[in-house]
Design a binder for this molecule. Structure first.
Ligand code: FEO
Ligand code: CA
Ligand code: CA
Length: 741
């Protein structure tokens, strides 16, 4: 989704919410300033940039044997020639690689679905590819159609369809004339806009040398904001989830703004609900209607102060319940909420589990993992007899990093269970939720969010009733314990070589050395605030983002060590204050967002969703072979302050990348972010997503394709029309080698 400062983005940025005005400290910057270089230098762990044999992360879901992951003897990972930064409206990959378009917005999924006309006349999006392709995972199929962890030529892609390109209310590329940009919105337009959200399960196969999706496959499936979904975990049946649709609080409709993903060790798909709050409206006098009860504090904290308008105005399309639900106001007379949708927002904001192989299994919202703006969910290394840890980020400015630890200990037999969703119940419905606090000395702690913590049970700003209340309002509980405010945690991934967990922190326009209002001061884990020029416009804060990494003491451990793997920067930026990782022009990037470790090659794939460096280059994907926490050094940044005294912030910078350990692999078309990454188990076919090409197009220019910011993928010969379309692409190496070699 577009980032702040995107040049021609005309609408409100729903991906840059800043609802965290809690007073908890961002970090002890005084302590940070005292830290000396000497006591921050720690023993570094050398890690050869060679291939790690994956020991986890595979969908353990079939009867096939494990794939043999033996790197070819002559293989050199990151042996490719880096791709130059580019503003061309194409996908650029290294010499020796090929790209093709697999599955785009509007593509027909079922046997009777007609070809996509791409002129705004297509309507049945519940039968078609959704919009804004995002996180994505591969679930292999054997030749007989059973789950397979070793199949390299047939599988299911579980693909998030996060959002849609809009200007004022309307998703204009979906409508023939661009749609109505004032309220009330027409039902015929709203029905299309709702249906392009959610998730798609799409069978994909290699047909000869060509990869294709399989129209009419019995596995194909669209999950939309209208699909019935069960509430699972501690919030199931809670009073905070009572609605007209579910008077007993056990179900809701749909999943929304699906961003990052995860693959469970038992072979199901996880999808994160990110900026769901933007779709709901609240009446201007709703606080009083609620009797100013504690729900007001919760709604404010989750971005819905009274009087807030919704992103698309879906609630105005008619009296039907499916439109009314988008109005989160208290309208009914009941004390429970069973006669309105005052609690509807509490049904969104979760990690959702889907069995991609079985349409008959209920989809479940795993509420034990907390409710916030979820990105990806990455599993710790599996250790038989120990709990599972699942790492997660909350993507808004100054939000937090979380970890869930299962009550159940890992049983290797659960890698291939008879009932995958029941295995999800076992590991994901009962456990502890923690939030991260980073210390300046390179350590950190996980603080459990439960009523046993007096900071939570006695929190003055919100009176928690029970654990259900805590997971539903996880942000408030994290505020109560003074969690560290981060520079917008996006995706995370676990390095298969050593189990360390990497979080992209995409950017933060709200960091300042001398903060005012909701701004926060730099700290050791979020140490940068600077000025960057985009054309003639000055951008302030941590404009380019960074990637922090954690080494957990154990899956259930409550301590970790950390450093910053990479700082995003322009290669020419000040090396003492901005380009702390000394990136070269073959490596420089801004606003890391997607991050995925290939369990097959061990490569860390980094994808950008940028609005800062886009005067110079479109968004991109890089390949990294990182080392380990503590392999670098300590650097201090001095911020002179007009109010007196310097602020000195010391941070821990990972080992400077070399030309052999970090390279730009791909640059995308105009206006697009790069997102989603998965591979076949042989590592030879990679699928990634191109989201919102042409997003900067003005709705007023819809009739004139020459004025579109992008005409991709039509300009590659894919499909009808010229309107830009989000799409999944396939990358292969011409010599048959593994991706990234
Ligand atoms: Fe959907 Fe935070 O990116
Ligand atoms: Ca710049
Ligand atoms: Ca994203």
């Amino acid at each position: 989704m577009k980032k702040l400062n995107e040049p021609s983005s005309p609408g409100v940025d729903f991906n840059d919410d800043n609802s965290n005005v809690s007073a908890n400290p961002t970090f002890d910057s005084i302590f940070a300033a005292r830290m000396s270089r000497r006591n921050l230098l720690r023993g570094s762990m050398g890690l050869a940039a060679t291939v790690a044999i994956p020991t986890f992360g595979l969908a353990g879901c079939g009867s096939d044997s494990d794939p043999a992951v033996v790197p070819p003897a002559a293989e050199k990972l990151l042996g490719f020639t880096p791709v130059a930064k580019s503003l061309a409206d194409v996908v650029s990959v290294p010499v020796g690689y090929s790209v093709s378009v697999l599955y785009a917005l509007g593509d027909p999924l079922f046997a009777t679905t007609t070809a996509f006309k791409n002129d705004g006349s297509d309507a049945d999006f519940e039968n078609r590819g959704g919009d804004h392709h995002d996180g994505m995972d591969w679930f292999g199929l054997s030749s007989s159609g059973t789950p397979s962890r070793s199949s390299n030529d047939r599988g299911l892609l579980a693909i998030n369809h996060e959002a849609t390109t809009d200007e004022a209310l309307s998703s204009f590329f979906l409508h023939a004339n661009g749609g109505k940009t004032t309220l009330p919105r027409p039902a015929v337009e709203v029905d299309k806009e709702v249906a392009i959200h959610g998730v798609a399960i799409v069978e994909t196969r290699k047909n000869g040398a060509k990869w294709e999706y399989v129209q009419g496959s019995s596995f194909n499936r669209r999950i939309t904001p209208l699909t019935e979904i069960e509430i699972a975990g501690p919030a199931r049946g809670n009073a905070l989830l009572v609605t007209t649709y579910s008077p007993n609080g056990t179900k809701t409709r749909g999943t929304l703004n699906n961003c990052g993903t995860g693959v469970t060790p038992w072979g199901t798909s996880l999808t994160g609900e990110e900026n769901w709050f933007g779709y709901f409206s609240r009446g201007a006098a709703d606080n009083a209607a609620r009797g100013a009860d504690k729900s007001v504090a919760a709604l404010n904290r989750y971005g819905r102060a009274q009087g807030t308008a919704s992103r698309h105005g879906w609630e105005t399309a008619g009296t039907d319940d499916k439109y009314a639900r988008w109005n989160n106001s208290k309208l009914g007379a009941s004390t429970t909420g069973s006669d309105d949708y005052r609690n509807e927002m509490n049904g969104m904001g979760y990690i959702v589990e889907i069995d991609p192989y079985d349409k008959t299994k209920a989809i479940k919202k795993r509420t034990a993992l907390g409710r916030f703006a979820h990105e990806s969910a990455a599993f710790s290394k599996l250790v038989v007899g120990q709990p599972l840890a699942i790492y997660m980020g909350d993507d808004s400015r100054n939000e937090y990093i979380y970890k869930f630890v299962s009550n159940a200990n890992w049983d290797a037999a659960d890698a291939s269970p008879a009932d995958r969703m029941a295995t999800g119940d076992k590991y994901m419905d009962a456990g502890k939720l923690f939030v991260a606090k980073f210390s300046a000395d390179g350590t950190g702690s996980w603080v459990e969010l439960s009523l046993t913590n007096a900071l939570i049970s006695a929190y003055a700003a919100y009176k928690f009733a029970d654990q259900a209340d805590i997971v539903i309002n996880a942000r408030l509980a994290a505020d109560a314990v003074g969690a560290t405010k981060m520079d917008r945690p996006e995706w995370n991934g676990v390095n298969p070589a050593n189990g360390e967990v990497y979080f992209t922190l995409t950017n933060n326009s709200n960091r300042r050395a001398e903060p005012t209002g909701s701004q926060t001061a730099p700290d050791a884990a979020n140490p940068r605030t600077y000025s960057d020029l985009k054309g003639t416009a000055t951008q302030l804060g941590n404009v380019n983002g960074h990637i922090v990494r954690l080494k957990d003491a154990s899956n259930a451990g409550i301590t970790f060590t950390w450093d910053v793997y990479l700082f995003g920067a322009e290669a020419s930026a000040d090396a003492a204050k901005v380009n702390l990782s000394s990136l070269t022009s073959d490596q420089d990037f801004s606003s890391p967002d997607g991050l995925w470790f290939s369990p097959y090659t061990g490569i860390c794939w980094i994808q950008t969703d940028d609005g800062a460096y886009t005067d110079v280059t479109n968004c991109m994907m890089l390949a990294g072979m990182p080392g380990a926490v503590g392999d670098g050094t300590v650097k201090s940044i001095t911020y002179p302050r007009a109010t007196g005294g310097d602020l000195v912030v010391s941070t821990r910078v990972g080992k400077t990348p070399t030309a052999d350990t970090l390279k730009r692999f791909l640059v995308g078309p105009s206006g697009a972010e790069i997102t989603g990454a998965t591979e076949t188990p042989d590592g030879k076919t990679m699928f990634i997503n191109i989201q919102h090409p042409g997003e900067g197009t003005l709705q007023a220019n819809l009739a004139d394709p020459t004025k579109y910011q992008s005409q991709w993928p039509a300009n590659t010969g894919y499909g009808a029309g010229k309107r830009p379309r989000s799409a999944t692409i396939v990358i292969t190496k011409n010599d048959g080698g593994r991706i990234g070699s």
